[in-house]
Design a protein around this ligand. Structure first.
Ligand code: T46
Length: 139
């Protein structure tokens, strides 16, 4: 199977364990794109859900640096679920992947590296529209 066909692609980064943990991610060793934006999601209440969209062009890597989440990834043909709960293991979220984040543990912190600046027009928020575009492109 080609690596592009894999829906779940983990990104493992170094975790230096001395008197604390220090993790780092750098291009190109761990991050296959130039980082244009960093954001983080925190102060989550238990059982929060977020996401439910895809991006036309943006690629991202999500690290759950505290707590845990369940994440659904869907390329329009198949849908898989992953649990993110380790600061040294991220998941690559390619463009045109529908994603949902569920079951945030209380006080989870999600750190995201993105290949593009924020642009509302890069979002597809309607699942039916996503399927049309994804399956059209995959033909
Ligand atoms: C994603 C998943 C994993 C900005 O103004 N700039 C930003 O860089 C971001 C990320 C968001 N925003 C604004 C847009 C909305 O008014 O923040 C608000 C919440 O964004 P959104 O509803 O997209 O948040 P989530 O948690 O559903 O999704 C976020 C990212 O936005 C999204 O790109 O892939 O995390």
């Amino acid at each position: 199977m080609k690596s592009q066909d894999q829906l779940i692609r983990f990104i493992n980064i170094p975790k230096i364990d001395d008197d604390c943990y220090l993790c780092f991610a750098q291009n190109p060793d761990h991050v296959p794109f130039m980082i244009k934006r960093v954001y983080y999601i925190l102060k989550s209440q238990p059982n929060l859900s977020r996401g439910a969209h895809a991006h036309h062009k943006t690629q991202q890597i999500l690290f759950c640096i505290q707590g845990s989440i369940k994440m659904v990834l869907d390329n329009g043909k198949k849908r898989e679920e992953v649990i993110l709960d380790k600061p040294e293991t991220g998941v690559l979220l390619d463009k045109m992947i529908w994603h949902e984040m569920h079951d945030f543990q209380k006080d989870t912190i999600l750190l995201v590296l993105a290949s593009k600046r924020y642009e509302n027009k890069d979002y597809i928020r309607d699942y039916e529209q996503f399927l049309v575009i994804a399956n059209g492109k995959n033909k």
